[in-house]
Design a protein around this ligand. Structure first.
Ligand SMILES: [Fe+2]
Length: 483
C-alpha cells in the first residue's frame, strides 16, 4: 500500500497512539498540552543536534533560521502578558543535511531587573508591572522578544517600543542596544522593518502620533532618521512599502496619554474608520490618504504598484478589536479563549483615490512573501492558519492571489504552527520556487520541530522534518540567513 507523505507524518511523527486514537480523543489530548506554548524555558540551550524524523533534506538548502519570541512568562507567583515575556533567540542551523538547535535569552535590563526582583515587575504592553519599578526610558522596558533582523552581517533582536538589540550570530550572546545615532538613544524601532531587494531597510518608530522614519543602508548603517506626523495616534505594529512608497495603515485602535500597561491606553474607535497613508520614499512630505471602514490588524504583506498606479497589499485583518485585544492575558495562564481570528484580505488603493478591501475566507496570520519581490508585483503569500477553535494557529498555508486559492497543511491539529519563511531555490528561480522553512510545537510528542516544505506544494506536507529534544514556547518572527 502506498502511504501518502501526510499519513506517514501522522503515524510516524506522532506517538504510535495517534494512529489508533479516534481523532476527537487525540485532539482532546493535544489540547490538554497546548499550555506548552506559553511555558517558561528554564535557561539557555546549548547547541544540540536535531533528529531527522521524516524525509530527505533538500540539497542546496543551508543556513540558519533565527527566531525570536517570549520564553519567560512567570517568576515566583507573578505572571506576565504573552507579549511581555523575555525574548529568547533560537538558532536552527541546517547544513550538510543535518540540523542543530541553540537558544539563548536576550540579556536585557528588563530581564536583569526581574531576575533580581524574582517577579515580573517591569511594565509593558500588557503587564502593569510593579508601581515601585521605575524606568528612565523605553529600553528599560525592552523585552527584545518580537523578531530578528539580519543586516550587513549583523543580527538584531527587535521589539517595537525601543532600540534593536545586537546579538552575536554565532554564539547568540547579547552585545547590547544598537545606537543608530547618539541623539536617538531608545527611540522606537518597530519589529517589522521593510527590506528592499537590494538590502536597504525602511522602518518606523512611533511615539503617539509622531513617528521617525528610519532608513538604513544594506550594511545596517543609518542613512536618515526623519521625524514625521501621523493623522492620529494609531497602534502601529507593522507597515508596508512598494519600491517607491511607504504605506502606513492607521487602524482605529487609538492611543490616548501614554500609560502602562500600554494596552489599557488604547481605545477602539470604529467611527474613525481606517486611514491608509502613502508617503513617497524620495520626499517624505509628499503623501496622500485613503479611507476604508474600520479594520484591525497586526500584520501586513509586502505592497506593490501596478501599471495603472493602483497600490496593492494584503494583510490579516479583523473588523473589530476582538482579535487584537481579545483576552490574550489568559494565554499565559494556560487558558484558551475565544478570539475572533484574522482573515487574509487584499487592499487596493486606486489612482482615483478610492480604496477597496477584498476578503478571503482564510484565517491567517504572520504573512510572508518571496522577499526578492519586496515592493514589486507578486502573486503569493505564505501564512499560518487556524481552525478558529484554538487561539493559536494549527496549519501552514499559501494563498495564490491570482488563482484565488489557498492550500494548507496541518498535522491533524496536533501541532501549533509557527511562522514559515520563504527561501528561494536559487538566486534566479521564479517567485515561489523554493522552500518554506518553519517550526511547530508538536503537542503530542511535547517537542519543537523544524520543517522544510516545498513552497508551492504545502498541502503535500513537509519534504523533511527534524525533531528537538525539548518543547519551546510558540514564538513570533524570524529571519533566515543563508550560507
Ligand atoms: Fe509581529
Amino acid at each position: 500500500m502506498m502511504l501518502s507523505r501526510r499519513s506517514l507524518i501522522s503515524a510516524g511523527g506522532a506517538a504510535a497512539a495517534a494512529a489508533v486514537l479516534p481523532l476527537d480523543r487525540a485532539l482532546a489530548a493535544a489540547q490538554a498540552e497546548w499550555a506548552l506554548a506559553v511555558r517558561n524555558v528554564p535557561g539557555d540551550l546549548a547547541p544540540r543536534a536535531l533528529s531527522l524524523i521524516h524525509g530527505r533534506p533538500p540539497a542546496g538548502l543551508a543556513g540558519t533560521l533565527y527566531r525570536n519570541g517570549p520564553a519567560q512568562f512567570t517568576r515566583g507567583a507573578s505572571r506576565t502578558h504573552w507579549f511581555d515575556g523575555d525574548g529568547f533567540v533560537r538558532a536552527f542551523e541546517i547544513r550538510d543535511g543535518r540540523a542543530t538547535l541553540a537558544g539563548r535569552f536576550v540579556d536585557t535590563p528588563k530581564r536583569r531587573t526581574e531576575a533580581a526582583a524574582g517577579a515580573m515587575v517591569v511594565p509593558g504592553f500588557g503587564n502593569p508591572g510593579s508601581p515601585a519599578t521605575g524606568f528612565s526610558g523605553p529600553d528599560d522596558l525592552n523585552a527584545a522578544n518580537t523578531s530578528m533582523l539580519a543586516v550587513g552581517g549583523k543580527l538584531w533582536a527587535l521589539w517595537e517600543g525601543g532600540s534593536p538589540t545586537a546579538i552575536d550570530p554565532a554564539t547568540l550572546e547579547t552585545r547590547g542596544f544598537v545606537r543608530l545615532r547618539d541623539d536617538l538613544k531608545g527611540v522606537p524601532f518597530l519589529a517589522h522593518p521593510r527590506v528592499e531587494p537590494g538590502g536597504r531597510v525602511w522602518n518606523l518608530g512611533l511615539f503617539g502620533s509622531r513617528a521617525i522614519v528610519w532608513r538604513l543602508s544594506s550594511a545596517g548603517e543609518l542613512e536618515a532618521a526623519t521625524p514625521t506626523e501621523l493623522p492620529y495616534a494609531s497602534y502601529v505594529h507593522d507597515f508596508t512599502a512598494t519600491d517607491r512608497e511607504l504605506v502606513i495603515v492607521l487602524q482605529p485602535w487609538v492611543r490616548g496619554t501614554f500609560s502602562t500597561p500600554i494596552v489599557d491606553s488604547l481605545q477602539w474607535k470604529p467611527e474613525l474608520g481606517t486611514r491608509v497613508l502613502v508617503i513617497d520614499k524620495d520626499d517624505l512630505s509628499r503623501r496622500r490618504v485613503y479611507e476604508l471602514p474600520a479594520l484591525s490588524f497586526f500584520h501586513l504583506g509586502d505592497a506593490w504598484r501596478e501599471a495603472d498606479g493602483t497600490i496593492r497589499f494584503d494583510g490579516c485583518f479583523g473588523t473589530d478589536d476582538t482579535h487584537i485585544r481579545g483576552d490574550v492575558s489568559r494565554l499565559t495562564a494556560g487558558q484558551t479563549f475565544h478570539a475572533k481570528p484574522a482573515r487574509a484580505a487584499m487592499i487596493a488603493l486606486g489612482p482615483d483615490g478610492r480604496a477597496r478591501i477584498d476578503w478571503t475566507a482564510s484565517l491567517a496570520e504572520f504573512p510572508q512573501a518571496d522577499r526578492r519581490r519586496a515592493g514589486l508585483p507578486r502573486t503569493r503569500t505564505w501564512h499560518v492558519a487556524g481552525d478558529g477553535k484554538w487561539p493559536l494557529p494549527t496549519a501552514i498555508a499559501v494563498t495564490d492571489w491570482a488563482r484565488q486559492k489557498t492550500d494548507r497543511f496541518g498535522f491533524d491539529g496536533q501541532h501549533l504552527m509557527e511562522e514559515g519563511l520563504f527561501v528561494p531555490r536559487g538566486a534566479s528561480s521564479a517567485e515561489g520556487d523554493g522552500w518554506l522553512v518553519g517550526t511547530s510545537l508538536n503537542l503530542r510528542a511535547r517537542v519543537t520541530e523544524l520543517h522544510v516544505f516545498d513552497a508551492l506544494r504545502l498541502a503535500d506536507g513537509p519534504v523533511c522534518s527534524w525533531r528537538a529534544d525539548v518543547p519551546l514556547p510558540v514564538g513570533f518572527h524570524g529571519a533566515f540567513v543563508r550560507v
